[in-house]
Write a protein that binds this ligand. Structure first.
Ligand code: SF4
Length: 455
């Protein structure tokens, strides 16, 4: 099978090019380059896109272009939000970036025996970068012919830039036909920490105009709409008082604040009103704080870490001297004033069938974000187990990839929504937990109240 290296930034163009290379019959080897850019969310998007579209390998290379700076993407220069002058190369241009990237792709192509390098440069709807023009690609093609052992021995590597003369609307139309999920891509030069686009930079404006030109809504915006809570509000589906039923602080009287909205769709989700069918409405931080009664406040979901306003909420709670637990699946990272972060990475047993399958599967584990959470916070890792042998094996493989967590902070909670099946699975899990020095995690709200909302 013919092979190609595909430069995959995680943006709209590179995802389209990957889908095109795949459709053209190439075995694709994706290459993502972390160059010190401020829009690092692209790397996570690249990982998701690579999994969804399917690649033979995906390498992430590190080249620190911050060393030189000279760009709003790699230096302390503001990203312009009001367009750039006609004919000017904007400050978002990164000096010689595509020369560096294509050079690395050429090296990788030689190693994997690729006959093509796919790159998503585009000279029509672009920001005016010199290394996105046809003459640049032609010149690099000439260089490639004389640059490597493989090419001088007659194994040509063709630089494929299939989007170079296409307008952005045309690119998107083609990508949609190829099945690209643009909700998984990020093009913004200045996204917020959650990955939501700023909507104002050059790249956002070109992208949004292109979607509107073809009468479509950018799925990235609808994915991120829930992330951007302006005016310090949070979508809340319930606030209630109970005892914490799970984890190392089980039994503590607590106020639960449940944020509505989730980036995952677990097959067995016991709070579908915060994920599959999100309910509730935006509440101001003041209204939320005023409804908290107990010293211990559990901010849960859904996925609370998706929302920027969670930072305001936790700061307000801490300023009032409250103890704050955040419950998260660990797919996002934020710096918050939390006393305990209860991370519940979702195992393969959570993956649903149907249209959410690929998205859930590609998002449910982020080694980067799990590692940062573990290194930053007082954590517990809570795993929901269903199929004992497979699930314990998966937990062990996962924790080998993460920073060390004390065995007593690794909690195993049985899947089940009635006390009978819960206890049966707990009995099955018990010897495996004891053997490893982990903890069996209670699920008191099921034990005490059954599968009931607001408990
Ligand atoms: S992460 Fe939590 S809220 Fe989201 S779907 Fe899974 S169980 Fe439900």
């Amino acid at each position: 099978m013919k092979r190609a290296v595909v430069l995959l930034s995680g943006g709209l163009d590179s995802a389209t090019v990957l889908a095109l290379a795949k459709q053209s019959g190439y075995e694709c080897h994706a290459l993502t380059i972390e160059y010190g850019q401020r829009h690092i969310i692209e790397k996570e998007c690249a990982q998701t896109v690579a999994k969804t579209i399917g690649v033979a390998s995906h390498k992430i290379a590190h080249v620190d272009l911050r060393l030189f700076g000279g760009s709003a993407l790699t230096d302390d220069i503001d990203v312009p939000k009001s367009g750039t002058g006609d004919g000017e190369v904007p400050v978002t241009y990164v000096p010689a970036r595509n020369t560096v990237f294509l050079s690395m792709a050429l090296a990788y192509a030689e190693v994997v025996g690729a006959s093509a390098i796919f790159v998503g440069v585009n000279a029509v709807d672009y920001s005016g970068y010199p290394d996105c023009r046809p003459e640049f690609v032609t010149a690099f093609q000439a260089l490639a012919r004389v640059a490597t052992k493989a090419t001088v021995e007659g194994h040509e590597v063709v630089i494929e830039a299939p989007l170079i003369n296409m307008g952005k609307p045309e690119i998107i139309r083609m990508g949609i036909e190829l099945g690209v999920d643009y909700g998984e891509t990020s093009s913004c030069y200045d996204p917020c920490e959650s990955g939501a686009p700023c909507g104002e930079c050059d790249s956002c404006r070109i992208r949004q105009k292109a979607f509107s030109d073809i009468g479509e809504t950018d799925p990235r915006l609808s994915f991120c709409r829930e992330l951007k809570t302006t005016g310090a509000t949070l979508p809340i589906c319930e606030i209630f008082d109970s005892v914490q039923g799970e984890g190392i602080w089980a039994g503590t009287p607590s106020t639960f604040v449940r944020v509505s909205g989730c980036n995952l769709r677990c097959s067995w989700c016991d709070t579908p009103y915060a994920s599959w069918n999100p309910e509730g409405s935006p509440l101001s931080i003041t209204d939320i704080v005023n409804q908290t009664v107990h010293n211990h406040v559990v901010v849960t979901g859904g996925e609370p870490m998706m929302f920027e306003a969670i930072e305001d909420l936790t700061k307000r709670l801490k300023s009032l001297g409250r103890t704050v637990t955040i419950e998260t699946a660990g797919t996002f990272f934020r710096r918050l004033p939390a006393d305990l972060v209860s991370i519940s990475p979702k195992l393969a047993n959570s993956t649903p069938v149907g249209e959410w399958k690929a998205r859930h599967e590609s998002r449910r584990i982020s080694i980067d974000n799990l590692s940062k959470l573990i290194e930053t916070y007082n954590v517990q890792l809570k795993f929901v187990v269903d199929h004992i042998h497979e699930d314990f094996a998966e937990i062990e493989s996962l924790i080998r990839l993460l920073p060390h967590v004390e065995p007593g902070r690794i909690l195993v909670m049985a899947q089940g929504t009635d006390a009978g099946s819960l206890h049966q699975k707990e009995r099955e899990a018990l010897p495996h937990v004891m053997e490893r020095g982990w903890r069996l995690c209670p699920r008191w709200h099921i034990d005490l109240f059954g599968h009931q909302r607001g408990t």
